[in-house]
Design a protein around this ligand. Structure first.
Ligand SMILES: [Zn+2]
Length: 92
């Protein structure tokens, strides 16, 4: 599925995301697209020649309070925990 199509489905309510921010569990006020760096994408099983993307609910409070770098680092950890088998999780 193309990312624009995915966003359209979310906006139309056909794909349901959690209503709470992925990081702090406050009510989300936005949807973000996570595009993993190549080395991370391979770790979570990206097929050859494909780009992995994930949509996730987010809140502007986290983005504002954490700053872009820290925010992205934490999202990466959450995405990693969601995609790796149990026992390989490494959340701080
Ligand atoms: Zn948040």
């Amino acid at each position: 599925m193309d990312i624009n199509e995915a966003i359209r489905l979310v906006q139309a309510g056909k794909i349901k995301l959690s209503e709470n921010c992925e990081l702090c569990n406050r009510r989300a006020d936005g949807v973000c697209i996570f595009v993993p760096k190549p080395e991370f994408a391979i770790k979570i099983g990206q097929p050859e020649g494909k780009t992995r993307m994930a949509l996730y609910p987010s809140c502007s409070v986290c983005q504002k309070n954490l700053g872009t770098d820290e925010y992205m680092r934490r999202i990466e950890l959450v995405m990693q925990a969601d995609t790796l088998p149990d026992g390989e999780r490494n959340i701080e």
